[in-house]
Each structure stands twice: as C-alpha cells, then as structure tokens.
Design a binder for this molecule. Structure first.
Ligand SMILES: [Fe+2]
Length: 573
C-alpha cells in the first residue's frame, strides 16, 4: 500500500512516499526546481503542488500516481472555513484579482488559498507539468486513490513521533501557524497520537521570531537561523520589555502581543547595512524569551503527559539552541527532533498518518535523513562526459580526498541519496579541515555568507565524547554541544563565539563512506572532525543533481569535487 504525502501550503513544498511502514522517498521541491523553499513569489503560483518532488518519489518506487492508494495534503481548509462539501472543485483563476476588482473582504491571498489548497486534488490530477506526464497519466478521470486533507500541526506531530525511536512520547509542535494552531501538544503511543491541547493564532512563537528576523533585515520563514547565530554576540538587554508582551499564561497557553519594534529600535535594518549592537541585543533577547517560554511549555507538557520522552517538530524546532536548552533542563530523559522539522516534514507526517490509517502496524524509524534522489556512477559519468570535463576514478576515493583536506583544500562531496530537510549531512556537503581558524572565514566567503555565521562539525559518533559535551548522538545537527576546552585549539574553525558547535555525529551504519572519510582524516591528523556545510551558494537550494553540483563547483572557489566514485580538480580545467 502506497501513501503519498504532500506539503504546499506555505513554503518548503515537498512530497513523501511511504509503503507499509517504510519511508520510500522524501524530497523537497526546491532541490529539483532551484527555487528556494519551493515558493514562487505571489502573485504567480505560491501554492503550486510539488510536482517534481512527487515525480521523484514515484520514480524511487518505480510506480505511477495511479498506483498510489492514499494521498494526504498537510493542510485542512475545513479547519479554517468550515465544511467545504460541494465545493471541492471550485475553479478560480490562478492569479489574484486585480486591485479594485475584489469583493468586499476578499484579498488576493484568499483567492490563491481557494485555487491552490481547496483545488489541490484537481490540480494533482490534471495540473502537472507536461514533462512529468509519464508518471501522472491514468488518474485524470478516476484518481484511483483516496484524497485526504490533514491538519497541518497533526502532520508536524506525526513527523516528530512516528519516525522517532520512542514507543511512547510527549509531542510538541511549534511553528508560525497552521490553519489556526501555532503550537500543538500530543501524547504519542504506538501508532497513535492523542491531542492534548493547542495554541491558536495570533499567539505564535514562530511568528514572533519571524517578525524579529524581518526587522533585522533577513528573510522571514527562511533566515531565522541567522538570528540565532547573531544572538551569541548580544546581551539580553531587551528581554524584560519582550517578556511584557510575550509570556506564558496558564497550562500550555501563552500570549504574543504585537511588538512595537519600530518604536523601540527605529526603522528595520535594511539588507546589507552594518549590524549595530542593538541588533545583536535584540537577537539575544528574543532567543532568551523564546527559550524561556518553550521551556515552560515543555515542562507543563511533561507533567500533563507523564512521559519522559519528547518529540519536537515545526519550524521553531530547527532552533538548535532552544532544543539544547530543553535538553539541558533535564525535563525529559531523551528528545528526538524531526530533521525536516520545517514544513517539508509535514509531507512525511501526512504520508505516515495515511499509512497508519491504512492499517500499517510498523513504525518507520529514521536513523538517517538520506531519503532523496540518488545517481548511479553511470549517470554521473554521462554528465561529466557531456560537459567534456577531465575527471579521474581513483581506486580508493577516500585517499585523495583526505590529502586534499589536509592541504586545506575545500571539497564538494556528492554521494548517495540526498538529505531530506534543511541540513546537509554528508550526502550533499562542502567539507573542509577544521584545524585552522581561517577556514570559517574562507567557507563563509565561498558561500557568500555573513561573517558571523558559524560552520558546523561532523564527528565520528564513537569519538564525540572526547571532543564535545554533553555526550550522546546528534545525527541531524539539531542541538549544540560545548567544545571541550582542552580540544578547542585543535578545531578552531568549528567553534562558535560562545564556545559551542552544532555537531553532526556519524555512525558507520548511517553513512559508511562518510564515516570512512572521517576515520581516514582522523588517522592522518588525530582529529575525527571535519567541517560540514551545505553544498550550495547563497540564495540557492542545496544541490541535488550532478549538473547542479558542477554548476556550484565551477561558480565558486571550491578546489575538489568528489561526485560518486569520480574526482574532479579545479586546476584540471
Ligand atoms: Fe508548519
């Protein structure tokens, strides 16, 4: 039985295919279209379905859409509008009304909502791009599958609990907003999720952070992690003021009142303008208040459910400093965070919910996030030949890559199935030596990133306790760990200004080649750590296909590309 989950509601458009308790594939649309977050600017097609991602999922299974049994969309319009019965095939123009033509109370946003969310079933059957026809034919008249709209936060919760290692856990979801909810609480047990409570719009920790992100001159729903990095340079000067407007009330409820940021700080910082101390302090203040409220909510949820395990998802759960504050408070014995905690993960949650609804009794634990497209050596070699590039196929790829890393060269690393979620985890990564502090600035320059942004380390899981604290696996870069003081001088490139690092631990069964590379680097240098940052340049999604990797390699100062079994050096061209 195949269940297809789709997210296209706000951003991070994605698809996921699950078959009888097994995650077959999960892909973000941005990786295939090059449009970051899969969101085309309004007024075009802000809600276009992830056709390319669906195609990639079906291709991974070798099936067509007509073979799918259930399709779930991770947004339920009925929660917003009441019953839609009789309106499932409302057809509206894709473009919003021209100004002046709108009926009273109607906005272009509402028309897009109806056109692309309410009409999603119709679009899936007939709206696909022509070059994807091969896997979409045969469903136009008789879909052959059950269509379900599913609550956005329920999908986040399912993505957090069902792939977790826990049989029973408290579940908390935090994001900007779903249909109405901005925060959700569940108790997960076996294959079931029991709702505990929720917080509704406009009280939203996600939107609070988005608002500050915008005021600091970044893109909301995209650049929140930059604010988190900026916070380390500031003092919580404004936390008291923020607490007056943002605080818990009772139980799992909290309020977020409108922030008079312009009144407090003057006009928003414009992109490219220098940072002032007030920007750092605002970032630190909102981070502190977020952590305080989230800790309070987590504590309440623990008491309410009695569970000692916590699962987290929703875009706010990508805030690894907040996750670490919850971990360090000791409220729960163990925490698992969905690696695609943002909205892409709701496609996975939707597919898992439908799989369970269809009678599947097996859980689908995610030991790794390698769920995307992969390319065979033949496919990669075809691209290299077509581009008339000089390349080599060394008998042992690891050896020349380690030599390059030891020469402080920067390596594009393209291996196996692509990661699902925003973090590169050793499948589409840029790798470098952590031994010299200058590497951080060099990587930020390569990626055209702000100077304050840290780069993160990958470390052999079996060695992590000698380098970082607290101990314990962290395979998805969703927590920060302190760099042990006596090791800090050995890996200066990956130590953030506050002494922490957002680590990825690597076990051999998760990614054998990556593990071998880290082991070989450790054998040469005594350091089982590499710098790992995503294989992309600024404003672009992480590369997915061999051609994307070549474009990124040749348009940035990378030195070496290790793609499949092949090696390409910039100096050969
Ligand atoms: Fe969400």
């Amino acid at each position: 039985m195949y269940s297809l989950g789709i997210n296209a509601a706000f951003h991070d458009s994605a698809a996921c295919l699950v078959a009888d308790g097994r995650i077959v594939a999960a892909v973000e649309e941005e990786r295939l279209t090059g449009i970051k977050h899969g969101k085309r600017p309004v007024p075009f097609s802000a809600y276009e379905l992830p056709f390319h991602a669906i195609d990639a999922c079906l291709a991974a299974a070798g099936i067509e859409l007509a073979d799918v049994d259930r399709v779930g969309y991770s947004f339920d319009p009925e929660i917003l509008t009441g019953s839609l019965s009789g309106h499932e095939s409302i057809v509206l123009p894709l473009e919003p009304s021209a100004p002046g033509n709108q009926k009273s109370g109607e906005t272009p946003w509402e028309q897009l909502f109806v056109a692309h969310i309410v009409n999603a079933p119709r679009h899936l059957r007939s709206g696909f791009p022509h070059h994807l026809q091969k896997r979409f034919l045969g469903v136009a008249d008789d879909p052959g599958y059950v269509w379900r709209f599913l609550s956005h936060h329920l999908c986040h919760a399912a993505s957090a609990f069902l792939p977790s290692p826990f049989e029973e856990a408290a579940v908390m979801t935090l994001d900007g907003r779903g249909e109405r909810a901005t925060t959700g609480y569940w108790l997960g047990s076996g294959m079931k999720l029991e709702a505990v409570d929720q917080v509704d719009f406009p009280n939203s920790l996600g939107m609070l952070y988005e608002r500050v992100t915008e005021h600091l001159g970044f893109l909301h729903s995209s650049d929140e992690y930059k604010v988190m990095a900026l916070a380390s340079f500031g003092e919580p000067t404004y936390a008291a003021r923020l607490r007056e407007l943002v605080h818990r009330t009772s139980g799992g409820q909290y309020v977020v009142r409108p922030l008079p940021l312009a009144e407090w700080f003057g006009p928003a910082r414009q992109r490219g303008e220098p940072f002032e101390q007030c920007h750092f302090d605002l970032a630190q203040s909102v981070q502190i208040v977020l952590e305080e409220v989230a800790l309070g909510l987590a504590s309440w949820l623990q008491e309410e459910t009695g569970s000692r395990q916590l699962c987290l998802a929703g875009g706010v759960a990508l805030n690894c400093v907040m996750n670490s504050a919850i971990r360090d408070a000791g409220i729960f014995d163990d925490i698992w965070v969905q690696p695609a905690a943002g909205d892409a993960g709701t496609a996975l949650g939707a597919a898992l919910l439908l799989d369970a609804e269809g009678g599947s009794r097996s859980r689908a634990p995610m030991d790794d996030a390698y769920l995307g497209p992969e390319f065979s050596p033949n496919e990669i070699e075809c691209v290299l030949r077509h581009a008339k590039l000089r390349y080599e196929r060394p008998p042992d790829l690891i050896k020349p890559v380690v030599e390059a890393l030891c020469r402080d060269e920067v390596v594009g690393w393209f291996q196996g199935r692509m990661e699902f979620g925003p973090r590169a985890l050793g499948a589409r990564s840029i790798l470098a030596s952590p031994l010299h502090a200058e590497m951080q600035a060099r990587l930020n320059e390569i990626k055209d990133r702000e100077d304050f942004r840290p780069v993160a380390p990958a470390v052999l899981e079996e060695e992590m306790e000698d380098w970082f604290a607290p101990q314990g696996p962290s395979p998805f870069m969703l927590f920060v760990h302190d760099v042990l003081p006596d090791r800090a001088d050995r890996i200066p490139a990956v130590r953030h200004v506050d002494g922490t690092a957002r680590i990825q631990t690597v076990r051999r069964d998760q990614n054998p080649l990556y593990h071998d590379l880290l082991s070989a680097f450790a054998a040469r240098t005594g350091v089982p750590v590499l710098v790992n940052t995503s294989f992309n340049t600024q404003g672009k999604p992480i590369v997915c296909m061999p051609r994307d990797a070549l474009e990124c390699f040749f348009s940035s100062p990378l030195d070496v590309l290790a793609m499949g079994p092949f090696l390409i050096r910039k100096e050969w061209v």
